[in-house]
Design a protein around this ligand. Structure first.
Ligand code: BMA
Length: 859
């Protein structure tokens, strides 16, 4: 009924207001200014074509003025770039009708970082923060006809050094600021002072390549009467029969005027309203109702249903619209006292949901290189592996729109950090002002995305201040500085940022630091979120993950080098040794190689060569983090989140990532698809009993069949067990328990595999293999593996079969780009499996080119 009455109203009103798209009179003209740009080193007058959006490094690369910065040790020779100033310029023409508009503004959506902008040689803007947009009125400086726009970028290092040298104390940074590689005089940490992507100054998985450039689009907007600045849509009521919403229009008007607002959902007008615009910038709410709403669910729990919202402002000058996607859901971070301590879990649409996912960093050190396809590949990979959350970590960037659009679409919730990580920060008024603008800008930009679940102030600063000795060290060496740094912490993370959330996105919660326990303490196991780095940094075994970790594990991880195919892109055969200069330079963790080696010795036999080392290293990481995910999930509902460190890479490197820089899935990514499965079984063979946990994310109990088998490596069944089990909803339950001593009485545990299968309605929903000994202690026979390769529409289909256990079978085409539908899996004796290698390339001599490896080949 409601809809019909709105349609009628529309017909009546259409006589008054131009509503149909065909007859829409544009009230605003928007011109893109992203072409015709040139760049030059400042004062050198050597102008060459440039890309906008872009950066100086990729422009130099496109002109072959520098070599590939990722290749071998090239990064070290490119440190001069960030010590120079650079200029960008373009010309554009303004026609009469645009020029005659009342208001004309230039919009810079992102300038990296210290940028003086000149229009027709007149300074119109001095920018100093990469993370915000800038709108500049330019009517008085603009010409009808030709105009020149010039942007002068000051070296962020030189500006940073200037601030650093004149600052009353040293702002504590971490060793992630690779000032030494950056060849910064005195190895000074300038990064805390510069509001620019922290990871470009280096990180323990990243190169030191500090860019300058116009990294987001530039537009010019001209308008008469009024402009629709933005819309914020808030959900007031959501139940099965209706969603009541309010869209608040922010409108800037040049004079008082009567205007018309309208809301269209999926092309249908649901509300309109006459408003009296007041001169200046003001807000105007309009209410509307969606009948029988479809909810937005996170991946795995239902459809991530999206509505398309279009808000229209019509004045006597014409109609302007603003669009955003709309997802109807409730989300809440639940913090309640309980028998363990205090909960930390997300409730989506009223249901507690275990968060499965990873930490996300930018996809390149040069942001302009990340194609829409790359974004989609990364987020679709996460969704395909049952992730429902990514944490946009605070040392990268507030991501581009496309990232959140994809998360909305694939049902991936976003834990959104503000861009502050592992540094203390200055707290002088100009800095706080800059941070305030940055926070306001990004909260306003992103708040309509249903995927965003939480705003978080920073990464590991609270932990560093209280737990890494920063407080004590600074209190000793620079007491006044220590006081000032803590005050700045409170100002930024307990005032400026939460105020921005409160003001512009009051429906979402704010969490000051990750990790944090309670409201103040850095970390503990009973309250808040936790970064569990005992594994990796403290050398404890992987099984420690089963110890009943914290309430929500927002970081934990283990490194690997990428596969050989990726190593080949940055290293020569003569570098194939993890201690070579090139490989060491592509390993940024100060404990990296040693930690990998020590853990490898605990679980695997010594790999016989470099290629074997890479492959075993990938398995080591995958097994370790699988143990982590399983440990967290079996601890449900005490633990309600497992976000490992880290999903992706910014360059080809040894890191904690599960997908390498080129988009190849490491073994870990394949393992997450199993470990994050909606229903899974976790065999635990590490205590006196064989325990089988069944874990479910479903909201109803699932009757299932459990099948267990112990097989020798030739395929002979030595023991089996089948039972009907009830898999309890949204928790973890033990569905099998038997003393290992009696179970393994006559069994040689170095020669057997345990196969665990869960079936629902006679359909296999989960299977996994486990062992009673570490891989190094297994006596593995040499399997005979058969392969058959056929061309299929998407690429090639490979069928593999084996006579004996093929442990962690790995397939690769070193020379072809593509993606294997499965890899690094155990193939049981007598089993066969069909895998698709998706590729656009034609591969000659397929059978020969296919490389196959199992653990048995590594020693
Ligand atoms: C955490 C992250 C990153 C870092 C990772 C590995 O501290 O927040 O700072 O890269 O650990 O050391």
């Amino acid at each position: 009924m409601k809809l019909i009455s709105n349609v009628l109203l529309l017909i009546i009103l259409s006589g008054l207001v131009a509503c149909s798209p065909q007859i829409k009179k544009q009230s605003a003209t928007t011109i893109e200014l992203n072409s015709g740009w040139q760049f030059s080193e400042a004062d050198q007058n050597e102008w060459r074509t440039a890309s906008v959006p872009g950066c100086v490094h990729t422009d130099l690369l496109n002109h072959e003025l520098i070599e590939d910065p990722f290749y071998r040790l090239n990064e070290h020779n490119m440190q001069w770039i960030d010590k120079k100033d650079w200029e960008y310029k373009t010309t554009f023409t303004i026609d009469k009708s645009t020029y005659s508009k009342e208001q004309i503004a230039l919009n810079f959506e992102g300038l990296d970082t210290y940028a003086d902008v000149y229009l027709n040689d007149q300074l119109i803007l001095k920018a100093d923060n990469m993370f915000r947009g800038w709108e500049v009125d330019c009517k008085n400086v603009l010409n009808e006809g030709e105009n020149t726009l010039r942007v002068y970028f000051h070296s962020p290092i030189k500006v940073g050094l200037d601030i650093y040298d004149n600052y009353p104390y040293v702002v504590q940074s971490s060793a992630n600021d690779l000032a030494k590689i950056g060849q910064v005089p005195g190895e000074k940490w300038v990064s805390p002072h510069v509001r620019k992507a922290p990871y470009q100054f280096g990180w323990d998985w990243g190169p030191r390549l500090v860019t300058s450039g116009i990294w987001e689009p530039v537009t010019l907007k001209a308008w008469d009467n009024a402009q629709l600045v933005t819309i914020h849509t808030q959900q007031k009521v959501l139940n099965d029969s209706e969603a009541k919403l309010t869209s608040t229009f922010e409108i800037e008007a040049t004079a008082d005027e009567t205007a018309q607002l309208a809301i269209n959902i999926d092309g249908q007008q649901l509300a309109n309203k006459k408003v009296h615009l007041k001169k200046g910038t003001h807000t105007y709410p309009i209410d509307f109702t969606i009948e029988n709403p479809q909810r937005w669910w996170s991946n795995g729990l239902g459809e991530a249903h999206l509505y398309q919202l279009e808000g229209e402002l019509s004045t006597s000058a014409g109609t302007e619209s603003f669009e955003h996607t709309l997802g109807l859901r409730t989300i809440e971070l639940v913090r309640e006292d309980d028998e363990v301590g205090r909960s930390f879990y997300f409730k989506l649409n009223g249901q507690p949901v275990f968060m499965k996912g990873a930490n996300y960093i930018p996809n390149d050190v040069f942001l302009d290189r990340v194609s829409p396809e790359k974004y989609e590949h990364i987020i679709k990979s996460a969704a395909d592996c049952h992730f429902n959350m990514l944490r946009v970590w605070g040392g990268g960037i507030y991501e581009k729109e496309i990232f959140y659009d994809l998360c909305d679409k694939y049902g991936i919730l976003v834990w959104q950090d503000f861009m502050f990580a592992c540094n203390m920060y200055p707290g002088h008024p100009e800095f706080l002002e800059s941070v305030k603008h940055e926070a306001d800008y990004n909260v306003r930009r992103l708040r309509n995305h249903p995927s965003i679940a939480l705003w978080c102030g920073n990464n590991e600063i609270l932990a560093a201040w209280f737990g890494w000795g920063w407080k004590e060290d600074n209190e000793k060496t620079q007491p006044e500085g220590a006081k000032a740094m803590w005050q700045a912490y409170k100002d930024i993370f307990l005032d400026v940022l939460p105020s921005a959330v409160n003001e512009f996105d009051p429906d979402r919660q704010y969490w000051a630091s990750s990790p944090q326990a309670g409201d103040t303490i850095r970390t503990n196991k009973i309250d808040g979120d936790e970064h569990d780095w005992r594994i990796w940094f403290q050398d404890v075994p992987f099984i420690t993950y089963h110890d009943g970790a914290a309430r929500f594990v927002s970081e934990y991880g283990f490194q690997s080098f990428p596969e050989l195919k990726t190593v080949k892109k940055y290293a020569l055969p003569e570098d194939y040794d993890i201690n070579s200069e090139v490989m060491k330079s592509h390993q940024r963790s100060f404990i990296g190689n040693g930690a990998i080696k020590r853990y490898m010795d605990n679980y695997y036999r010594n790999p016989k060569d470099f290629e074997s080392f890479l492959y075993v290293g990938l398995l080591l990481q995958a097994e370790g983090i699988r143990t982590g995910i399983e440990g967290h999930r079996i601890n449900m509902p005490t633990t309600m989140g497992s976000l490992y460190w880290q999903l992706n890479d910014v360059w080809p490197v040894a890191s904690w990532s599960s997908i390498d820089y080129y988009g190849n899935w490491k073994a870990l990514q394949y393992f997450t698809r199993k470990a994050f499965a909606p229903i899974m079984a976790v065999p635990d063979t590490k205590t006196d009993d064989l325990l089988i946990y069944a874990v479910s994310d479903k909201f109803e109990d699932t009757p299932a069949q459990l099948n267990l088998e112990i097989l020798d490596f030739e395929g002979k069944q030595l023991w089996s067990h089948s039972a009907d089990v009830n898999i309890k909803a949204n928790t973890s339950t033990i569905v099998f328990k038997e003393a290992l001593k009696s179970l393994l009485k006559n069994i040689n545990t170095s020669q057997v595999v345990l196969s665990t299968k869960l079936s629902v309605d006679n359909k296999l929903v989960y299977e996994t293999t486990s062992y009673f000994k570490e891989a190094k202690d297994l006596i593995l026979p040499k399997p005979n593996i058969n392969t058959k390769v056929e061309k299929v529409a998407k690429g090639y289909q490979i069928t593999v079969s084996t006579d004996k256990l093929a442990k962690n079978l790995y397939l690769s085409y070193d020379e072809a780009e593509g993606w294997f539908s499965d890899n690094y899996f155990d193939l049981l004796p007598g089993e066969s499996k069909t895998i698709v290698f998706e590729t656009k390339e034609d591969i000659n001599n397929l059978q020969k080119q296919l490389l196959i490896r199992t653990i048995q080949d590594t020693y």
